[in-house]
Design a protein around this ligand. Structure first.
Ligand code: C5P
Length: 406
């Protein structure tokens, strides 16, 4: 059975000659069992008719934000919620520019700005357009937000030149979509219980002010979700984030480092692995104020103390068969003595990342990290989506025989 069976795919078509291939792409997605809903830009309709797409997709084609004489309410939100993958093929230079800049000036861009599911673009344009710095910059911005690109190929273009810019073949786009939904290694984590810490902690200064770290929680949630999809039983201990709980994952909500410590240590002994992704505050007030510190009293002297190191505590208790992963974040890579950190916290794997590296910014959907193991081997996978990096980390956990864990 195809990984696309029963999946809800929003297929966007923009105004380029490669739009003639979008009909076949729609057909192939339907053959794989996907439910396809097409949205076309006004310019796309110059190249291929909505009737063609309507007939193939067996759904009304989405053309207008405000179709004449019809109440539509929040239809763009309903359709975005329905979407499990959005594919835009072909994606023109103009569309890429509008999307990269967050515009919502037609139905397709309005849908895409509300889609939270993965988005995949198949760019297609003349070689000079494709190589223009503005287009390249826009694509890089989209990549760093986690948008998947099915790169164009080199070949004869409609302008009779030969170069890069031909839209990837529909079969290639379908394969890329299948790969996105496919769980790479089946249920290889079945029978394991995996504890994940995620998000920031917040430490009260007084009832109003807090000490916290910048953290969206996206990396930890991606790991929790990926582990659940691979068959593990997952306990996600999360500081405050804007994210919704991944389906099938037990979530324990905490605020302070102490609460996260208590929740993690109470469960760690019965887990096969723990992955500490949380951005735990390093300091807290020795004695948080019970009343709001008056601003008029001037800047206060804060007496801080270190928070308990949750990961180091799990490392100290680790038994044979348990696998422990830590994340490390330094804005100055020279400061990162990964081997020392790995040893001092008794880790099996350290994932080192730098939020100032392109594509790895706070809140982004991608991450350019290094995976360092106990043997000192360094894996540099390059810029990956957080979902891809999550699977990379889980591959390591799944690959090591239990007898080798220290
Ligand atoms: O030592 P450093 O803070 O760089 O280590 C980062 C790793 O340790 C992360 O995996 C983080 O989740 C974990 N950590 C922890 N408890 C702390 C501080 C960090 O679990 N108090």
């Amino acid at each position: 059975m195809s990984a696309l069976q029963g999946r809800h795919i929003l297929l966007g078509i923009t105004g380029g000659i490669a739009a003639y291939k979008s009909a076949y792409l729609c057909r192939r997605l339907k053959d794989k069992g996907a439910d396809v809903w097409v949205s076309m830009t006004k310019n796309a309709a110059h190249f291929i008719t909505p009737l063609t797409m309507e007939t193939l997709s067996e759904r009304e084609v989405l053309l207008e934000v405000f179709p004449a004489n019809r109440y539509v309410g929040t239809r763009h939100i309903d359709i975005s919620d329905w979407t499990e993958l959005a594919i835009v093929a072909p994606a023109t230079a103009n569309f890429i520019g509008r999307y990269a800049n967050g515009l919502a000036d037609d139905m397709l861009t309005t849908l895409l700005i509300s889609v939270t599911a993965p988005v995949m673009l198949a760019p297609a344009m003349n070689t000079d357009m494709y190589n223009h710095p503005a287009v390249q910059e826009n694509m890089q911005r989209l990549r760093s937000r986690g948008v998947h690109m099915v790169d164009p190929t080199v070949g004869l273009l409609a302008c009779h030149t030969v170069g890069v810019g031909r839209m990837a073949e529909p079969e290639t786009i379908v394969a890329a979509a299948e790969a996105l939904f496919a769980v790479p290694t089946g249920h290889d984590l079945a029978g394991k219980t995996i504890l994940v810490t995620a998000g920031p902690t917040i430490e009260p200064i007084d009832p109003v002010r807090v000490i916290t770290n910048r953290s969206s929680g996206k990396m930890g949630y991606a790991i929790a979700q990926a582990a659940q999809e691979r068959g593990a039983q997952v306990i996600l201990i999360s500081g405050p984030t804007m994210l919704s709980a991944p389906p099938g994952v037990e979530v324990v909500h905490v605020e302070t480092a102490q609460e996260m410590y208590n929740a993690a240590l109470a469960r760690f002994d019965s887990c096969s692995a723990a992955i500490a992704v949380a951005a735990v505050s390093d300091w807290r007030m020795s004695h948080p104020e019970t009343h709001k510190l008056p601003k008029a009293d001037g800047p206060p002297q804060l007496h801080l103390e270190p928070t308990p190191d949750i990961l180091a505590a799990m490392g100290a208790r680790k038994q044979r068969g348990q696998f422990l992963v830590g994340f490390s974040l330094e804005t100055d890579p020279a400061r990162l003595d990964s081997a020392a950190k790995l040893r001092s916290k008794n880790l099996d794997l350290l994932v080192a990342n730098n939020p100032t590296a392109p594509g790895s910014e706070f809140g982004s959907d991608s991450n350019d990290a290094l995976l360092i193991d106990r043997a000192g081997q360094v894996d540099r996978p390059g810029l990956l989506t957080k979902r891809e990096l999550a699977h990379r980390v889980l591959d390591r956990l799944a690959a090591v025989p239990a007898s080798q864990h220290a």
